[in-house]
Ligand binder design. Sequence first.
Ligand code: DX5
Ligand code: ZN
Length: 221
Amino acid sequence: MNPVFPSILATNFFNLEDKLRAFAAHGIDFIHLDVMDGHFVDQISFGPSLARAIKEKFPFGLDAHLMVSNPEKAVPHFIRAGADWISFHAEAAAEPAGLLRQIRDAGCRAGLVLNPDTPLERLQPYLGALDYILLMSVFPGYGGQSFIPGTLERVALLKKQLGGMDSACLLQVDGGIQPLIAAQLRAAGADLFVVGTSLFNADDIGDKIHQFSNQLHWSRS
Ligand code: DX5
Ligand code: ZN
C-alpha cells in the first residue's frame, strides 16, 4: 500500500477528476477525504456523495477523516457511501469505543484522530480497538498550513507505546507534509502520510509522488 494518501481538500473541484487520474497512474492506492462540517472546524468541505462518486469511478481505497461535531451521525453515511477507512476526532465523539466498534463491524478500518494539542493519553482507553491513529500536524480546518514540528516527538512517543503493546495499529499524520518532512516522520515511526497542497500544487504530480517515494524508500515491489 502506498503510504502517501493525497487529501483532496486542496484541489479545485473542476480539476479533481484529472488529478485523481494522475494519482491512479502513479501508484496511489488511497485517497484521504477531509470531511468538514463548518462546526467542528470553520470550513465546510464535502459529504458522502463525493465519496460515492469517487468510489464508482476510481479503484482507490477511501480514507474518510471526519472533522465533524457529531461523528455518530456521519459515520453511517460514509459506510454506505463506500468508505474503507473512517477516522473521527476524539475531541468530538461522545462515546468513541462504540463508534469504533460500529465502524469495524461494518468491515471498515477504524481510526481515532487527535488535534496537535490533545494529550496522547486521550488514546489510552481505545488503543486495543484501533486500526490506525491520525495525529494532526496542523490544527484542522484548512489545507496549506505549516507542519507543527512537535508532531515528530508525539509520533516517536506513540510508536514506542504501541511497540510495547505489540500493536499492529498504524500511525498516520496529516498536515503540512512535504517530502523531507515525510522522511523525518517515517524515521520517528509514522506509517502513513496525508498530503494535500504539496501534491495538488505540484507542476508534475508524478515527479512529486516520486520524490515522496524516494524519501520514504517506498516502491511497489
Ligand atoms: C487540515 C487538513 C489538511 C489536509 C492536508 O484540516 O486535514 O491537513 O488534509 O493538507 P496540506 O498537505 O495542504 O496540509
Ligand atoms: Zn485529513
